[in-house]
Design a binder for this molecule. Sequence first.
Ligand code: PLP
Length: 281
Amino acid sequence: MTITLGEGRTPLLEAPRLSARYGIELWLKWEGANPTGSFKDRGMSVAVTRAVEDGAHTLVCASTGNTAASCAAYAARAGLRATIVVVRGAAAGPKLTQVRAVGGEIVEVDGTFSDAFAHAERLASEPGHVLVNSTNPHRIEGQKSAALEILEQLGSPPDVLTLPYGGGGNTRAYALGFGDRLPRFHPVQAADRAGTVASAIRIVEPVHRVDVEEIVARTGGSIVTVDDEQIAAARDLLGREEGVFCEPASAAGIAGLERGTASGGERVVCVVTGHGLKAGA
Ligand SMILES: *Cc1c(COP(=O)(O)O)cnc(C)c1O
C-alpha cells in the first residue's frame, strides 16, 4: 500500500517579469504546493511506504524543520510513530507546529545539525526504527519525480537548473531524474552555512557534498554562494514580481540568478522548494 498525501504534480509556473529582468526564459517549479509545503513530501511518501513494508513502527529524522513536518505527517498517515530531532531553537516555529499537529514527538539537542543527525542515527539503530533523512535512498528516489515532471511539463530538459543547496540530497535527486539529459546545475548555498536566516539550508557539513561537486563539474555549472541579504532580497523579488511567496531558503535559486548564473535567452528552471507560511517571520 502506498502511503501518500497527494504529493508531487506541482505547478511549473512561467515567470514573465523575472524572465525579462534576467534575459532568460524562467520557469518556477513550485514545490510549496506539496501537502506539507515542501518538496520533502515526494521522498517521504516513498521512504515511509518502504518503512511500512519492512515492518517499522517508528520513523526517525534529524531536521531543520521541513523533513520534520513531512516525516511526522506521513508517519501519522501510516499509523507509525515519528521521533524528530532538531537543534534547539533552529527550526522555524510553524514547522514545529506542523509536527505537533499530527502527533510527532520532538527531541531537542544542543549543537549543530551534524549533532542532531548523529543523535537521530543512534535512535534509528533500535529495532523497528527507520531513519528517513536524505541518506535513506528511497527519499532520493521519490524526489527524482520532480525532474521527470519538468521533462513532461516542458517537453524537453531546460538548459539550466538552479536550486538551494543545503545537504545536497535534492541536487542529487534532480541529477538522477534528468538521467542523460542533464541541464547545467547551479546549486546555491548560504555564505554563512552555520547561521543563515535561511534555516532550511543551515547545514554546515552537506552530507552529499562529493556528489553535488561531481554533478556541478559534469554539467559545466557552478556552486553559487550568496549572503543573507541577497537571499532576503530574492525572496521579496519573487513575491512582488511573480506572486510566489516562499520561505527564505527557497529563494536561493533566484539569488543565484541575480548573480548572473544564466543569460542569453537560456531556458531555466528554478526550484522553489518550500512555502513562505513556514518561515514564521
Ligand atoms: C530541505 C530543504 C532544502 C535543502 O535541500 P537539500 O536536499 O538538503 O540540499 C532547501 N529548501 C527547503 C525549503 C528545504 O526544506
